[in-house]
Design a binder for this molecule. Sequence first.
Ligand SMILES: Cc1cc2nc3c(=O)[nH]c(=O)nc-3n(C[C@H](O)[C@H](O)[C@H](O)COP(=O)(O)OP(=O)(O)OC[C@H]3O[C@@H](n4cnc5c(N)ncnc54)[C@H](O)[C@@H]3O)c2cc1C
Length: 578
Amino acid sequence: MTAANGHYDVAIIGGGPGGTTVGTLLRKYDPALRILILEKEKFPRDHIGESQLPPISVVLDEMGCWDKVEAANFPIKVGATFRWGSNPELWDFEFLPLKDFADEPRPARYEGQRKQTAFQVDRSIYDQILLQHAEEKGCEVREETPVARIEHEGDRITGLTLENGQTVTARYYIDASGYSGIVRRALGVRSEVPTTLLNVAFWDYWENAEWAVRIGVGGTRIQIMSQAAGWIWFIPLGPTRTSIGFVCPGEFYKKSGKTPEALYQQMISGEERVAALTRNATRTGHVRSTKDWSFVAERAYGENWFLVGEAAGFADPILSAGLTLTHTGGRELAYTILELNRGGHDPAWLKDQYDYWQRKRVRQHIRFADFWYAANGQFTELKEHCQSIAQEAGLKLTPASAWRWLAQGGFSNDVVGQAGIGGFDLTGAKQIMQLFTAREAKWELSDFNVLKLDLNRATEGWIPLYHDGKITRARCYHRGEYRLAVTGMFELLLRCLDQSADISAIYQLLLNTFQAKATAKHVPVLMKHAMQCLEVMINEGWVTAKLDPRKPRLELSTPSESVMVHPNRDQIGPAATA
Ligand SMILES: Cc1cc2nc3c(=O)[nH]c(=O)nc-3n(C[C@H](O)[C@H](O)[C@H](O)COP(=O)(O)OP(=O)(O)OC[C@H]3O[C@@H](n4cnc5c(N)ncnc54)[C@H](O)[C@@H]3O)c2cc1C
């Protein structure tokens, strides 16, 4: 909806996924809002950030555009194949058991197995679909309209001056300008850099590279291949187009004395799997490059403005998490503004919660990325660099201490009420720990059998739950950086811990509860989820665990191979299928 007087409810700078998620969801839940999206480029335009994770699909569905993205026929991402860890053997991570992945025709609907998959997107097409969708939903979109200056009085933005000299005013301003972070910079918001990971990336687009594997109709795994001094991504973006990039420390690139083209060629041709997949392929011949320095903004909001997506923070691309953080953050920001408009919640609480969860998630992803780099034995030319990442981060590479270190960032931030990080559930994250350290990753839950709730010095508060365009509050406990949501599985565990400290009794209480309300097939899934959440409660200090030698213990172990994380068995070649 156009504002006749040039004054809008919300002015969004940037028409990438962050901006379009906020704009579309604002209009979906409040069609009266006047939303302006200002985009400096003319779409379609190329952009990096192509490999998605399944939580994005939930947001696309809520935005009402999952079907449009599916219709673009992007490859379905069912997981990734890695050369990464203590030995050079390839291993796969999959979002769902492949034996259950049926050959469904496409375009499909957002249901069944597709709820567990993601897309590998050509951003020039993807971002255009999302921008057009936002426009169809009633956002006013102006392309080729760079914002030149942020006018402000102290922390309050008073208007945007466009490069064409016009001025735009709004009640709320959103910085969705990605790496530029135009509002962040104009208002002097500092960035934390909680890592020594300072990487650079070089990439190009290829025609007719073979896919490493074809899974069902249109499905595949992306390939992440470590090399001695960095890693290569191989991401099919369509039937014939593939993005292939190389990431290495900025220092390594500088010292190499090579041009981006020479370094790129050397790295791609030196990786035998990628070289095999590209033997009949051609490149555009134009190597793109960027810094990919992880950071978190010191705050994600001000008096009448918010940062979203990459403007608020960035975590190294090894986890393919940037777009997931962006879409999820965009959704939460839309809900926050809707509630600010409704006036039903304390505005300071709404803004603080938005700020807390965005920055906490980015920080924890950076922490996880630090671990990936520090623990990768395949970086044979970067040994000192990896040691210094570990040292600076205070990370020791044994499974137990690495796990404690990772737990400091929290495992319950990605999705409230669940335990995991970066697309891995807790078991998957422990398997990664095992793969990288070549030692068993144990469970506290099987070492101890007396569990006591410890809410000492914890204060009670509220966390937001985002559903159906509304924010509701759930009780939570705060202690330091941690929040324990009194909702979902954690609420049930709190009730069980109230009734008994004995692990066998707690286990039985959980089993009885699930058997009473779930199907027989679903009970083991719920039990696994419950054990993961209980382990997180121990890791985050909500439960103190002791061993009583007279009592039985649970026997939990981390499998070296599971349906989700297992050795790779693909045969490279034109007819390769899984
Ligand atoms: C090397 C690398 C690899 C990556 N790989 C992945 C990956 O595999 N998976 C993943 O999920 N993420 C990945 N990412 C991260 C991903 O690219 C970002 O998370 C994502 O693009 C952020 O979306 P956004 O909407 O915040 O910003 P952007 O997508 O950057 O959109 C910002 C928009 O703002 C516009 N803009 C900027 N300044 C102005 C202005 N002054 N006026 C008007 N418009 C403006 C820009 O033109 C742009 O269209 C990667 C990042 C890098 C650097």
